[in-house]
Design a binder for this molecule. Structure first.
Ligand code: F6R
Length: 257
């Protein structure tokens, strides 16, 4: 991606500055297009960003009144009201803190009787919304995006995933630290669904992400590192702290003040 003219690097001194920058970026996008179609991730990474964004709404600097959201993924086999669900996570960190009407929140239903039909419904809902304008992404240390895990092949569209032990472990905190309570399956947008968004913004912080960020940027395109497919997109921003940027070429590490 360093050779690409379209990927933009934004490196900040710390996690908070990166979260603020992303919140400003999203708020600007909402100003330009109040009915923005916004794709959202869960995980530890976006918590500060959601905090900054809800602060901006509190201070009247941004409004979600007309925004429509689509989350990347959800566990299968638990209802949206389950305390470990991604839906509940989003309610706690963003949805209940901003003026986003519930009818404009789109989520994969982990309780769906027919997971394949649910995936199809989600794809159609994204298409009916006119496609994703901005998709915010986090990244796993193994290069996963959403629940698109490394392996010999990737699924293009929203699909049912059998979770890797590593992913279940990293989500155990949502289930009281008990691995056996973490669902074994999930539903996730596919790589093509993600790549069809008008623009992508990847947020990462901490040195634990440095190796995979460098591989995503400097390495080959491979299903063994799903995020490497971001190299195919024409409009990607990487918002990083110095830790996550620490394995990039020195040119890409220029810190924003
Ligand atoms: C979840 C998602 C995942 C996370 C990734 C990183 O919706 O999209 O790909 O972004 O697992 O998680 P954290 O932020 O906890 O390091």
């Amino acid at each position: 991606m360093t050779d690409s003219v379209t990927a933009r690097f934004h490196v900040y001194p710390n996690e908070r500055a990166a979260a603020r920058a992303l919140a400003r970026h999203v708020s600007d996008a909402i100003q330009v297009k109040p009915d923005l179609v916004l794709g959202l991730p869960t995980g530890r990474t976006p918590v500060g960003f959601y905090h900054e964004l809800s602060g901006m709404v509190d201070h009247g600097r941004c409004s979600f009144r007309s925004v429509r959201t689509f989350n990347l993924d959800e566990f299968l086999g638990i209802p949206p009201t389950h305390p470990g669900s991604y839906r509940r996570f989003m309610e706690a960190h963003l949805f209940n803190r901003v003026d986003l009407p519930a009818s404009q929140i789109n989520f994969l239903n982990g309780d769906a009787r027919d997971p394949e039909a649910e995936c199809e419904r989600y794809e159609q809902a994204i298409a009916q919304a006119g496609g994703l304008d901005v998709q915010i992404l986090g990244i796993g240390t193994n290069g996963h995006i959403g629940f698109n895990e490394p392996g010999p092949r990737l699924e293009a569209r929203t699909h049912l995933v059998t979770l890797k032990l590593e992913s279940r472990r990293s989500n155990a905190a949502l289930f009281g630290g008990q691995l056996d309570r973490v669902p074994t399956e999930a539903l996730s947008m596919g790589m093509a669904t993600i790549l069809q968004a008008e623009s992508l913004i990847l947020l990462a912080h901490g040195e634990s992400k440095a190796g995979c960020i460098a591989a995503v940027v400097h390495g080959p395109l491979t299903t063994e590192l799903p995020a490497s497919f971001l190299q195919l997109h024409h409009d990607v921003d990487l918002i990083l702290d110095t830790g996550a940027a620490s394995a990039l070429t020195s040119e890409a590490q220029t810190v924003q003040r």
